[in-house]
Design a protein around this ligand. Structure first.
Ligand code: CLF
Ligand code: SF4
Length: 539
């Protein structure tokens, strides 16, 4: 551990002079990575370099077996897994030890949660009861995370009591937590004691001059520290905590909130620094900021990035730490597949009436079926990739975005009107890569299309060339076509990557034949998380 600690550039970085960072539009790709010490594990050590995302890795060939065993059914650490496996959060950690300018404590932790409310805060006993009930009902729920609504490690007793009790009752569930990192170095032993294999640290800067624009204060050694000094302490604790976890073999994911004009280009440096310290994944998320959220950024008009601004920063980081692009910025009491929320099915009063039978064999046998489906998806993808690579292309470097309507299982299986979230894939002759999602308001309301919603839906996927759906009505079809997005409904039930690649081959064929001309697309809006009312307890 001491080696890892002494390697840290924390103090040096803390003394860095203030810099001016260029805007997103001026961002240049990371390019060749500087010489770095080897990482403590993960994709970076075995072929992960330059890959766009660990989530797209196909299996144990891409990483050491022990790492694969940890990530293969974790929906956040494996993009491929997130189509099949679910996670849940329990809201046992209300307090926080820092203040972020994008957070209003009355609501939720923006680290890991869109700014919605936590419906019910739970005691560890209630939390464990809920997890066991959910695990019985949703056998593909494989991970329990503590992600707020405050900071998991600012509430260590509640967090670790939950983990301890859960391990006794449901030993097959992976444990995960998210933290701002301030208390992390003090809790590494506890994290290891309870076999928490996955830790997320939110790191928005590696330069306190940037940090002081994001964090007005921290609570440190029984007093409030502000300004540059606060950001410097936080930065040093984050780097130290990350190094300690790497040294102990815990997989780490770094979450960064992209705040245009404050840390946009700086996140490339963050990516480089966290990779150096062994981070397994880097998740760059858009700032969610609206005046009604009551946050400092919301009230001062700090905007979040557009879809292309977010993608530009993520793309610029390729070649550094592997990127996660499928984060849904979920709530601190989320339940279900990423992108769906089943928490309402498991409120405390409903739990009272549920007959809970925790059947390990049943869970295992369900997950075995999921694995069969997942392997079929991979096989279909490889087949389609081979076909795409061998097809004569008009432009082999062409890449386009394709939106997909899916309700899970990695298939095109949702009606356009029922979509609350499109998945977006970047498709080329060489890949079909998940690059993001776009939330939209339901177009279909009570059996009828709501035409007033259509422009916002089209705006959300305005950077895409096509949208793959199970079904679509005449009106939205016409509106999409007029906007330059091709509605495609002939791949119903197909695996997404296979469908996207086949459509792309067809698209290239039509260009080659002169039937159509390839046109660039515009930018798209990232929809801000909506408040649903009510107040969670302030920390
Ligand atoms: Fe939860 Fe976070 Fe664990 Fe996942 S969420 S504590 S690592 S189990 Fe996942 Fe949600 Fe994004 Fe977090 S999609 S906000 S990255
Ligand atoms: Fe809010 Fe989370 Fe930041 Fe704490 S760490 S201030 S709870 S966003």
């Amino acid at each position: 551990m001491s080696t890892a600690l002494s390697s840290g550039g924390s103090a040096a970085a803390g003394a860095m002079p203030a810099k001016t960072y260029v805007s997103i539009g001026q961002i240049k790709p990371l390019g060749a990575a500087p010489e770095l010490p080897s990482t403590g594990g993960g994709c970076g050590t075995s072929g992960g370099e330059g890959k766009a995302s660990c989530g797209t890795s196909d299996g144990p060939d891409d990483m050491p077996q022990e790492v694969w065993d940890k990530v293969k059914n974790h929906p956040c650490y494996s993009e491929e897994a997130h189509h099949h496996y679910a996670r849940m959060h329990v809201a046992v950690a209300p307090a926080c030890n820092i203040q972020c300018n994008y957070c209003n404590r009355k609501y939720d932790c923006s680290n890991e949660s869109r700014p919605g409310v936590v419906s019910q805060k739970l005691t560890p006993e209630q939390a464990v009861k809920k997890v066991v009930a959910v695990a019985s009902e949703i056998p593909q729920m494989t991970v329990l995370g503590v992600a707020g609504p405050g900071d998991a490690l600012a509430n260590p007793a509640k967090t670790f009591d939950t983990f301890r009790m859960l391990q006794e009752q449901a030993p097959d569930i992976k444990l995960c937590l998210s933290t701002n990192g301030l208390a992390l170095p003090d809790q590494v032993d506890e994290i290891c004691k309870y076999n928490v294999d996955h830790v997320t640290i939110t790191i928005n800067m590696v330069d306190p001059a940037v940090g002081e624009k994001i964090y007005p204060w921290i609570f440190w050694n029984h007093k409030r520290v502000t300004g540059y000094e606060a950001a410097k302490i936080l930065h040093e604790r984050q780097m130290l905590g990350l190094e300690m976890l790497t040294a102990r073999g815990v997989l780490t994911k770094i979450n960064s909130v992209l705040i245009p004009g404050i840390n946009d280009e700086h996140l490339i440096e963050v990516n480089r620094e966290v990779k150096k310290r062994g981070a397994f994944l880097h998740n760059i998320m858009p700032l969610i900021s609206e005046a009604e959220h009551g946050t400092v950024f919301g009230l001062t008009g700090q905007r979040g990035p557009t879809a292309s601004e977010l993608k530009a920063v993520q793309d610029a980081c390729m070649g550094g730490a592997n990127l996660m692009r499928h984060c849904r910025q979920c709530r601190a009491d989320a339940v279900g597949l990423l992108g769906e929320d089943r928490s309402e099915e498991f409120t405390l009063d409903k739990l009272e009436q549920m007959e809970v039978v925790y059947d390990l064999d049943k869970r295992k046998s369900y997950q075995d079926k999921v694995e069969v489906e997942r392997q079929a998806q991979q096989a279909a993808k490889h087949e389609a990739l081979a076909a795409a690579a061998s097809a004569a292309g008009v432009d082999d470097d062409m890449k386009v975005l394709v939106a997909v309507a899916t309700k899970g299982g990695g298939r095109v299986n949702e009606h356009f009107g029922h979509v609350t979230e499109f998945q977006v894939f970047e498709v080329s002759a060489a890949q079909a890569l998940f690059v993001g999602h776009r939330r939209v308001d339901l177009y279909c309301q009570g059996g009828h299309g709501d035409d007033e919603q259509l422009p916002s839906v089209v705006n959300a996927i305005n950077d895409c060339h096509a949208v793959l759906v199970a079904k679509i009505g005449a009106c939205p079809r016409d509106e999409l076509l007029a906007a330059g997005v091709e509605p495609v409904d002939q791949y119903v039930g197909e695996f997404i990557e296979k469908a996207a690649l086949e459509w792309f081959n067809d698209y290239r064929g039509r260009i080659a034949s002169g039937a159509i001309t390839h046109q660039p697309r515009g930018d798209a809006q990232i929809r801000q998380g909506a408040f649903t009312g009510g107040l969670a307890e302030a920390a």
